[in-house]
Design a protein around this ligand. Structure first.
Ligand code: HEM
Length: 135
């Protein structure tokens, strides 16, 4: 495993160890970034859709860190699946920004420059993949 993959995995492990299920924090952060996204989930009363979506997003984060091709396919599917909501590629990237922000806030002082750079480059790559699938 390279340094970046190790840092990303370590970050998510620390997040889970500190907050347990990070789902409420991540969606709260997303809706702070974009309040207009919140009503889109109104029909998801039990949070099941949000849980599955976030799981897919975590797969993308870990998959991209591990050099897997899976994120490309997940993001291609997400582009199609979310088209009806009028979400752009840049909009889809915001869930990854929300994940990163919650990790940064949770880790506090252990969020150093190296970790920040690891996440920044990962988010850049995911954003590049989402753009690529824009058809
Ligand atoms: C900020 C960005 C995003 C917003 C606002 C958003 C919004 C939504 C909404 C409203 C739904 C429920 C309606 C439906 O199933 O059509 C949904 C479902 C889903 N989203 Fe997203 N999405 C975002 C980013 C992503 C990304 C980047 C991925 C994949 C990497 C993703 C994967 C999924 C999946 C797999 C489901 C289906 C869940 C299920 O049917 O159980 N979403 N999303």
């Amino acid at each position: 495993m390279d340094d970046r993959a190790a840092l990303i995995e370590d970050t998510l492990q620390r997040l889970a160890d500190t907050v347990g299920d990070p789902q409420p924090l991540i969606y709260a952060r997303l809706f702070t970034l974009r309040p207009d996204f919140e009503p889109m989930f109104e029909l998801d009363r039990d949070g099941g859709v949000r849980a599955y979506m976030l799981e897919t997003c975590f797969d993308c984060v870990l998959g991209q860190a591990a050099g897997s091709e899976a994120p490309r396919f997940h993001l291609e599917a997400a582009r199609l699946q979310h088209d009806g909501y009028g979400l752009t590629a840049a909009d889809l990237d915001l869930i990854f920004a929300a994940i990163r922000d919650v990790c940064r806030d949770t880790l506090g002082e252990s969020w150093d420059e190296k970790r920040d750079a690891a996440w920044a480059s990962l988010l850049d790559e995911l954003s590049g993949l989402t753009e690529e699938t824009t058809g």
